[in-house]
Design a protein around this ligand. Structure first.
Ligand code: GLA
Length: 721
C-alpha cells in the first residue's frame, strides 16, 4: 500500500463502534442497521469488502483487513475487469484506460449523519475520482455520489460516469421495476436476474419517468417480501435520463451501477471542471420492504422533500371539472365550492394564459404567461381576491419549461427552443422544450414564477407541469462540439432555476407534475412539496399506482385527488384519495346534498388524521397485486392512533374472506374501533365498530374488513384508550 490508510485517526464518529475499532486499511460506512465496508488493498485499490446488516462485534472487522477478496468499489474500463465499468473515459491523447488508486479519505459525523469522502487518482494521468457516501444512521439510508475532475490539457470524454457501484454475492437476485406509461404508472414487476445485464433506463430527457421510474426493489436470495428477507430499495435523484444496470457475472455476483444514462450523453469535461454525479440513495433491510419503505419515508420527510416536516394543504382543482373551458364567473363559483367543501385551497389549472394565441386547448399559448383577457378580464388578481374573500388559498398551474410553436415566445425566441436546425420539428403534445442549458432561458423560466409572485403575492402554491420529453435534441446555445452535454446541462439548468426559486421563495409549496407521474425523483422533490402521481385518477387504478409509489414516497408527497374519472361511489373515490395528499377535482355543484355532506366530513376526518397519514408510519397489509382486495394502514408515532383502509374491487362470487391482520400497533394497548367516512345516515356494517381490542389481538387475529361487494371500501380509525 503506497500510503497507509489509518482510518482510526480520521474517523470522528461515535457510533456503537468507536473510531479506534476500525482497523487500518478499512473504511466503514454505516447506519444503525447497515454496514458498507471498503478495504484499501496492498495494491492501493479500493474494494468493497462487505455490504449487509450491521456487524455487531468490533473485533470481526479485523477479518476484512486480513482478507483480499472483493471487487473494486468503482470499476474502471480498460484494465483487468471484463464486465460493466462504473467509469469509462477517453483521454485527450486517445488512451481509453483508467486505473484508480487510493489517495485520501475523510469522514465526519454530525447529528447522526456520517459523511465519507474517498479520493482516488490515476498514476499516469492527472485524473481524480472522489467517491462520497452520506449515511443517515437513524433512518438507515445511504446516499452515494461521485465527483470527477482532471488536469489534462484538453477535455476528456466521459463515456460512463456512474453515481455509484455496489456489489452483491448471493445465491439469487430478484429485481422489481416500476414501469408503465401515461396514466398507467409504476406497474410493479419482479424478475429473477440471471447471467448478463438487465438495464432499466430512460432517454426522454425531460418527463423522464414516463415509461419507467428511477427506483427499484432488489430481493437478495429470495423475492422481496413485506416483512421478511433481505431487500434493497434504491433510487436515483435526477430529473432526467437515468440508468440502472444490474449485471450478474460468471461467479453469480451482482454489480449494480446507477447514474445518469450516458446514452447520447458522452460528456466533454474540460480541465479543472468538477463533474458531480447525481445521488444514488438506498436502504438495506433484513426484514423485508415494509421497514425499508418506512425508513425511506422518515428520511425523505426529514432530509429531502421540500418542507418535508411541514403541513400540506387540501385543495379543489378545476382541471377535470372544466378542462380549458372556464371564465372568471365559473372559477369564482368553484372557489366558493372550495370553501364550501372545507378544503384549504383552490388550484387553477391549465388554460388561463395567452392572448395572441389563447390557451383554449393544448395547441397554443405555452410560453405566453399573461392572463387571457377575454377569459379572465380581472386577471389572476380578481381570482386571488375571490379566494381571499372565501377564506381559501389560491394556487396556479404553470409549465414554464415548454413552448407551443403557436406562441409569441416561439416567434420571438426560436433560439431558446431545443430543435434541430436542419430538420422538420417533431412536436409532442403540440409543444417543444426550452433550452435550459442557456442562462438566458434559465432567467426567463425563473422570471415566469418571479413575475407572477411579484404581481400576485397572494399566489400560495404552484403546480409545475412538464408535458413533453425532449424532442429534436439540439441546443442552439451549446456549440456544435458540445451537443452531447445537452441532456446533462439541461437538467443542471433546471436545478439552477429551482435553486433560485427556493432561495427567493423558501416556503412556497409546489407540486411536481409531468403529465401525471413523469417526474418522480428525490432530487426534484428537494424543490417540491409533493408530486402528481398520475393523471389516471380512477380509484381502482390509483389503488395500484399509490401502492407502487408507497415503496419510496410518503403519503405526504403523493398527491391524490377525488375526481370523476372512475364512476364509483364518492365514498370509494374519497377513501382511495385519502391515502395520499388529499385533493378534489370534481364538479361540486353536481354532488347531492348527502354527497356534499360526506365530502365535508371526509375533509374534516382527513384534517384530524393528518398526523397519522402524513407523518405517521405506513404498513402495507394486503397487496392489490395478490387479488381483488387490498389494505394499508397508518399509525402515528406513539402508536396511539391509526387508520386502516380496506378495498374490495371485483371479488368473485362466494369468495372466502380473510381477516385483515393489522401491523405496527402496541400489543399492550387497547384500541377502540370506529368506522369513519360513512355516507350520512349510513350505519356501519362492521361488527367490530365501537368495540375495543388489544393491539395484540388486532395484529394476530385481525378484523373482518373485506366484503364481497364490488367497488366498496371501509375506513376504520383506531384510538388507544
Ligand atoms: C398534465 C397534468 C394534468 C393537467 C394537464 C393540463 O397532463 O398532468 O394534471 O394539469 O397537464 O394540461
Amino acid at each position: 500500500m503506497k500510503k497507509l490508510l489509518n482510518a482510526c485517526a480520521l474517523v470522528l464518529c461515535a457510533g456503537s463502534l468507536s473510531a479506534a475499532d476500525v482497523p487500518a486499511g478499512l473504511i466503514r460506512i454505516g447506519t444503525d442497521k447497515t454496514d458498507l465496508i471498503l478495504r484499501v488493498g496492498d495494491d492501493s485499490r479500493v474494494r468493497q469488502a462487505y455490504l449487509g446488516p450491521k456487524l455487531v462485534n468490533a473485533a470481526d472487522l479485523e477479518h476484512f483487513s486480513k482478507s483480499s477478496g472483493g471487487t473494486e468499489a468503482y470499476v474502471t474500463h480498460g484494465m483487468e475487469d471484463y464486465f460493466e465499468p462504473a467509469i469509462r473515459v477517453l483521454h485527450a491523447d486517445g488512451n481509453p484506460s483508467l486505473l484508480l488508486t487510493y489517495k485520501d479519505f475523510t469522514q465526519e459525523e454530525n447529528d447522526s449523519v456520517q459523511t465519507t469522502g474517498i479520493v482516488l487518482q490515476d498514476e499516469k494521468y492527472p485524473f481524480e475520482v472522489r467517491l462520497f457516501y452520506k449515511a443517515y444512521k437513524r433512518e438507515n439510508v445511504i446516499k452515494m455520489w461521485t465527483e470527477i475532475e482532471h488536469g489534462e490539457k484538453k477535455p476528456v470524454t466521459l463515456y460512463n460516469y456512474a453515481s455509484s457501484m455496489l456489489h452483491f454475492g448471493r445465491d439469487s437476485y430478484w429485481m422489481t421495476e416500476f414501469s408503465g406509461d401515461w396514466a398507467h404508472e409504476v406497474n410493479m414487476e419482479e424478475q429473477k436476474l440471471t447471467f448478463g445485464k438487465k438495464v432499466v433506463d430512460t432517454k426522454l430527457g425531460s418527463r423522464a419517468n414516463l415509461h419507467v421510474s428511477p427506483f427499484f426493489l432488489l430481493g437478495l436470495d429470495a423475492p422481496v417480501a413485506e416483512n421478511t428477507g433481505n431487500a434493497v430499495i434504491g433510487t436515483l435523484g435526477w430529473t432526467g435520463n437515468f440508468r440502472f444496470t444490474f449485471e450478474v457475472d460468471n461467479a453469480n455476483n451482482l454489480r449494480l451501477i446507477s447514474g445518469i444514462n450516458p446514452s447520447g450523453s458522452e460528456y466533454l469535461l474540460p480541465k479543472g471542471e468538477v463533474f458531480r454525479t447525481p445521488e444514488f440513495i438506498f436502504t438495506y433491510s433484513t426484514e423485508g420492504t415494509g421497514p425499508a419503505s418506512r425508513d425511506f419515508h422518515d428520511w425523505a420527510r426529514k432530509y429531502q422533500i421540500k418542507d418535508g416536516m411541514g403541513d400540506r394543504m387540501t385543495l379543489l382543482n378545476n382541471w377535470e371539472a372544466t378542462y380549458f373551458d372556464f371564465d372568471q364567473a365559473k372559477l369564482e363559483k368553484i372557489i366558493a365550492d372550495a370553501a364550501d367543501l372545507g378544503v384549504d385551497m383552490f388550484l387553477l389549472d391549465d388554460g388561463w394564459f395567452g392572448n395572441k394565441y389563447p390557451r383554449s386547448s393544448d395547441h397554443a399559448g405555452l410560453g405566453d404567461w399573461e392572463e387571457t383577457k377575454a377569459k379572465l378580464p380581472g386577471g389572476i388578481g380578481a381570482l386571488t381576491a375571490a379566494a381571499k374573500k372565501e377564506g381559501v388559498k389560491f394556487g396556479l398551474w404553470i409549465e414554464p419549461e415548454m413552448v407551443n410553436p403557436k406562441s409569441e415566445l416561439y416567434e420571438k425566441h426560436k433560439d431558446w427552443v431545443i430543435h434541430l436546425p436542419n430538420r422538420e420539428e417533431y412536436h409532442y403534445r403540440n409543444q417543444m422544450v426550452l433550452d435550459l442549458s442557456n442562462p438566458a432561458v434559465q432567467d426567463y423560466v425563473f422570471g415566469v414564477v418571479d413575475k407572477l409572485l411579484t404581481a400576485y403575492p397572494e399566489i400560495a402554491y404552484f403546480k409545475w407541469d412538464c408535458n413533453s420529453p425532449i424532442t429534436n435534441i439540439y441546443s442552439p446555445y451549446l456549440g456544435a462540439d458540445k451537443q452531447s452535454n445537452l441532456y446533462v446541462e439541461h437538467v443542471r439548468g433546471l436545478y439552477k432555476v429551482l435553486d433560485r426559486i427556493a432561495a427567493k421563495y423558501p416556503t412556497l409549496p409546489m407540486m411536481l407534475c409531468s403529465g401525471g407521474g413523469g417526474r418522480t425523483d428525490y432530487e426534484g422533490l428537494k424543490y417540491f412539496t409533493e408530486f402528481w402521481a398520475s393523471d389516471n385518477t380512477d380509484p381502482v387504478e390509483r389503488i395500484f399506482i399509490q401502492w407502487g409509489y408507497s415503496y419510496l414516497f410518503p403519503a405526504k408527497a403523493t398527491a391524490a385527488h377525488v375526481t370523476s374519472w372512475g364512476k364509483q361511489s364518492l365514498k370509494f373515490r374519497t377513501d382511495v384519495a385519502m391515502m395520499g395528499k388529499l385533493g378534489f377535482d370534481i364538479r361540486v355543484d353536481e354532488l347531492s346534498p348527502a354527497e356534499k355532506q360526506f365530502a365535508r366530513q371526509a375533509v374534516a376526518n382527513y384534517n384530524r388524521l393528518k398526523p397519522v397519514i402524513l407523518d405517521g408510519e405506513l404498513y402495507r397489509l394486503v397487496s392489490p397485486y395478490s387479488g381483488e382486495h387490498s389494505s394499508v394502514m397508518f399509525t402515528d408515532r406513539a402508536k396511539a392512533n391509526a387508520v386502516v383502509f380496506a378495498f374490495n374491487r371485483n371479488p368473485r362470487f362466494s369468495e372466502q374472506l380473510r381477516n385483515v391482520r393489522l401491523q405496527g400497533l402496541d400489543p399492550q394497548k387497547m384500541y377502540t374501533v370506529a368506522e369513519i367516512n360513512l355516507m350520512p345516515g349510513a350505519k356501519s356494517g362492521l361488527a367490530a365498530n365501537g368495540r375495543s381490542y388489544s393491539g395484540d389481538y388486532l395484529m394476530k387475529v385481525g378484523l373482518p374488513l373485506f366484503s364481497g361487494a364490488h367497488l366498496t371500501s371501509t375506513v376504520v380509525e383506531l384510538s388507544a384508550r
